[in-house]
Design a protein around this ligand. Structure first.
Ligand code: F6P
Length: 548
């Protein structure tokens, strides 16, 4: 493996550097469109219900051809196939990476360690569907015989962001008679606010943790159990009716006091940030129902199949990944904005932050050599129109290059009133206007022609050339959400493959966890903690002084 060349040493990398320097020293979107207006049609890729327009990018046919050559040289599709065969491509954790098996059809055969994992996937989905059905129908009752009205998911990272994001995204499809809350922060205020107005007799806690050792989750789950028991008279038997677990770790679930009959299993070949379509999605399944959940899985599968079957030049995740590489490694961009024009996607970018930044925030390659090339970008963003009145100024006229994804839908969700539905065109007009303004700007001549005084012209000139991808779908359905998530999952995969990093481990979060455990006694008891650096020791002392 150590003979794998660094990506920057490949001739395909050098060709891209030369191309940037010679052919596209200052790529200009006005010129690129003037030279080839057909790019508005040609630079569009369709997958499932998604129409992905990448015409407003600082690339031409040659750039794309060179990027595709880089993908071929770095064997992106070879690694993809190894992933799908169940090989242990997560080498530092020695694990297979098979989240695509979570949405495979019942009759598919996908093997990990020689065993077909698909029957187990569907057995868990069926068990989830049965449980979700019993909660939704009222058949499952709490300890006092009352039906469940409130569902509180306790988890963090991949055991929180996915279901919390998808619940918001698909709110229009949820059972509105049920209340859903998502608790993640070890700050007691999170659990307090989540349960303060709930009746424990009507509340189900879903403790979601792949490892079942995550301190935030176990601490919150323990406090939730105390809250429940205090509210229900202290009978320990209540726990079985009000707590279920989602985990890979049956032993720890039992230790916590949850019967494994009430545990929904998944497997170590599902990464936390790739897990919300596994048992981790139980809260979502209760919210939208098993049929809608399966529609969402079908949406994931549409993009999985596209990633496998579409030719490279029309392969949406491949192209999105390559465009990101172009900006990140050849044009000096440090970040990537994801700007959904949908209130329902308010948590979408936060979800993508973990997916992308925990996967590709790495600085050694797969062979353990320090990288000398840029890896994952900072991913950020909030729903579009809100951002327009906050930080878009910097995207338009600041000094930083920030490629962005604009995501919008042709139709609003059906349950809005006619008047509110009519606002949708205005929302989408904003999306299209921003894409245009970012790409083409406004020249000084155009500004002057409007009669703007000369001294103001520089301030009111927009250089343009701010690249965007526009992802347009008909409606935000469960299937479309699955398509979008799979699209980004595979885009992240593509980039990790090109950068030759392990996109599936997350050692970088470990040190902070270990140190937090070490520091805690210093805060609570004032214990002398060896190894505290002088700055942190002073902070701990200041905290102790003030907490008295
Ligand atoms: O933050 C690190 C991490 O391990 C994430 O990868 C994971 O999604 C999160 O913690 C929660 O882990 P668990 O599901 O095991 O509680």
């Amino acid at each position: 493996m150590s003979d794998v060349p660094e990506p920057t040493r490949r001739p395909e990398w050098a060709a891209l550097e030369n191309h940037r320097a010679d052919t596209l020293p200052q790529p200009d979107l006005r010129e690129l469109f003037a030279a080839d207006p057909s790019r508005a049609q040609r630079y569009v890729v369709r997958v499932g219900d998604l129409r992905i327009d990448y015409s407003k990018h600082l690339v031409n046919d040659e750039t794309l051809a060179l990027l595709l050559e880089l993908a071929e040289a770095t064997d992106v599709f070879g690694l993809r196939d190894a992933m799908l065969r169940g090989e242990r491509i997560n080498t530092t954790e020695d694990r297979a990476v098979l989240h695509t098996a979570l949405r495979a059809p019942r009759d598919a055969v996908i093997e990990a360690d020689g065993e077909n994992v698909v029957p187990a996937v569907h057995a868990v989905l069926d068990k989830m569907a049965d449980f979700a059905g019993r909660i939704r129908s009222g058949e499952w009752t709490g300890h006092t015989g009352k039906r469940v009205r409130n569902v509180v998911n306790i988890g963090i990272g991949g055991s929180d962001l996915g279901p919390a994001m998808a619940y918001e995204a698909l709110r229009a499809y949820t059972d509105r008679s049920l209340t859903f809350r998502f608790v993640s922060n070890v700050d007691g205020a999170d659990l307090h606010e989540a349960v303060r107005d709930l009746d424990p007799a009507e509340t189900l806690f879903i403790v979601a943790s792949k490892t079942f050792t995550t301190i935030e989750t176990i601490t919150n789950a323990t406090s939730a159990r105390s809250w429940l028991l205090a509210g229900l008279g202290g009978d320990e038997k209540a726990v079985a009716r009000h707590f279920v677990a989602l985990s890979t770790n049956a032993g720890k679930v039992t230790d916590f006091g949850i019967d494994t009959a009430n545990m929904f299993e998944f497997w170590d070949w599902v990464g936390g940030r790739y897990s919300y379509d596994s048992a981790i999605g139980l809260s979502l399944m209760i919210a939208i129902g098993p049929d809608r959940f399966r529609e969402m899985l079908d949406g994931f599968r549409i993009v999985d199949e596209h990633f496998v079957n579409a030719p490279a030049e029309a392969n949406a995740p491949l192209l999105m990944g390559l465009l990101g590489v172009w900006y990140n490694n050849f044009l000096g961009a440090q970040s990537h904005a994801v700007l959904p024009y949908s209130h329902y996607l308010s948590k979408f970018t936060a979800y993508l932050q973990q997916l992308d930044m925990e996967s590709n925030g790495k600085s050694v390659d797969r062979q353990g050599r320090p990288v000398t090339w840029q890896t994952g970008p900072v991913v950020w963003g909030t729903p579009g129109t809100n951002g327009q009145h906050a930080y878009y100024q910097l995207i338009h006229q600041g000094t930083k290059l920030i490629p962005a994804d604009l995501i919008g839908f042709a139709r609003p969700v059906a349950e809005l009133s006619d008047e509110l539905q009519a606002q949708h065109d205005l929302l989408m007009a904003n999306l299209f206007a921003q894409g245009q303004a970012l790409a083409f700007g406004k020249t000084a001549e155009e500004v002057r022609a409007e009669g703007v005084p000369e001294e103001q012209a520089p301030h009111r000139t927009f250089r343009g050339n701010r690249p965007t991808t526009t992802i347009l779908a008909t409606e935000l359905t469960p299937s479309v959400l699955g398509q979008l998530i799979a699209l980004y999952e595979h885009k992240v995969f593509v980039q990790g493959a090109i950068w030759n990093i392990d996109s599936f481990d997350q050692w970088g979060v470990e040190l902070g966890k270990v140190l937090a455990k070490r520091v805690e006694p210093a805060l609570t008891t004032g214990a002398d903690v060896p190894g505290l650096d002088p700055s942190t020791a002073a902070l701990v002392a200041a905290y102790r002084e003030r907490r008295k």
